[in-house]
Design a binder for this molecule. Structure first.
Ligand code: NDP
Length: 340
């Protein structure tokens, strides 16, 4: 848990930095005569300086965020303990979770599972689905799931920024982020128009940047987070007619592994879940013969249930999964047992 940012954090940072620079100067003179070895000395000095910056960035996140972060006034120093509140007679003792594409087939199950695990859950929906989202929310409510909804087009950075700002100011914390929004626009590459390529890359890959980028400063500031990105078996193994989709989903895996490294010492884990074929409209709407040929190739002989994908997400979202980062969980009935 990070403390709030007091003035002295910045002071400490400058004192430490001056110390680094003094050492760098001493070492440089010890190792090099600056006149004879001017170039070498300059390289050494820049190496010392960049090491000093690295150290400062790693160890003084709070001060840097506080003074430089664009949303500094929205972040909170509220301790990252589980919250406790009573909502609709239910004692909630979890974290706050956002699920993009939360009203879709897999997203809905993820929302319900995270809710059952005691978290406060917010599902995002795309603007033109506002009415559908409200009906979805009412139906969830009837089944006992009190899930909030918020509008966001994940392909639009500004829309994601607006959504994150609103949620941070309402909830003062977002602890769990599930990037689940996605689409397919299949065609072999020789027949693929640019719009299909861009639509799939924008919705499945750029979206992960757009949304995550707008939430990580808050998570870093609070020193806790669980980011789970929904990729696909077809991002791991490739798929005929899906150069766009497979590229986006493979990119999601690379993104997650890289971000996992950047955030490893910040209390934030970043992982992917790679579903195989799941019984949602994305697959159910395929022509019957294609669907049957897919099922015939799955060793378990059936599609995944959305709840089975949600179970993997919930596992990674748990605070006890804090040592798992940069990983990829396959939920594919044995369809692909290699690694991406
Ligand atoms: P759904 O189509 O049921 O859900 C996807 C959701 O994302 C929909 O609610 C959709 O809204 C929303 N969405 C699409 N574009 C945007 C956007 N620009 N901004 C905000 N939301 C958007 O699909 P699934 O539940 O099956 O898929 C969920 C995730 O799982 C996807 O990332 C998918 O690629 C992945 N996946 C699915 C598999 C499957 O077999 N179903 C297999 C492997 C991975 P709208 O309905 O308006 O398009």
């Amino acid at each position: 848990m990070r403390k709030s940012v007091p003035e002295f954090a910045l002071q400490n940072m400058f004192i430490e930095f001056s110390g680094f620079m003094q050492n760098a100067q001493n070492n440089m003179f010890k190792i090099h005569n600056p006149v004879e070895y001017a170039y070498d000395s300059i390289f050494r000095l820049s190496e010392f300086t960049s090491n000093a910056f690295d150290h400062l960035v790693r160890h003084h996140n709070d001060a840097i965020d506080f003074y430089l972060a664009p949303h500094a006034d929205h972040v909170t120093s509220q301790p990252v303990n589980k919250f406790e509140s009573v909502k609709s007679g239910r004692i909630e003792t979890g974290y706050v979770a956002v699920v993009t594409g939360g009203i879709g087939g897999i997203g809905s199950e993820i929302c319900k599972r995270l809710y059952n695990d005691g978290h406060q859950v917010i599902a995002t929906y795309i603007t033109f689905e506002k009415d559908l989202a409200k009906i979805w929310q009412t139906n969830q409510g009837k089944d006992g799931y009190e899930i909030d909804i918020i509008e966001c087009d994940v392909t639009d950075f500004e829309s994601c920024k607006k959504m994150s700002t609103k949620l941070e100011s309402t909830y003062h914390r977002i602890d769990i982020l599930v990037n689940c929004a996605g689409i397919t626009r299949d065609a072999t590459l020789r027949n693929m128009e640019q719009d299909k390529w861009h639509a799939v890359l924008d919705t499945n890959l750029d979206s992960v940047f757009n949304v995550t980028r707008n939430f990580i400063n808050g998570m870093i500031h609070r020193g806790y987070g669980r980011i789970i990105n929904i990729s696909s078996v077809n991002g791991q193994k490739g798929q005929f007619g899906q150069t766009n989709y497979s590229t986006a989903k493979a990119g999601t895996i690379g993104f997650s592994k890289s971000l996992a490294l950047e955030l490893a010492d910040s209390g934030i884990t970043v992982n992917t879940v790679c579903p195989g074929y799941v019984g949602t409209s994305m697959v159910e709407t395929l022509p019957e013969e294609i669907k049957n040929s897919i099922i015939a190739k799955i060793p378990m002989g059936r599609l995944a249930k959305p709840a089975e994908v949600a179970a993997a997400v919930a596992f990674l979202a748990d605070e006890n999964a804090g040592y798992i980062t940069g990983s990829d969980i396959s939920v594919n009935g044995g369809l692909f047992t290699g690694v991406a």
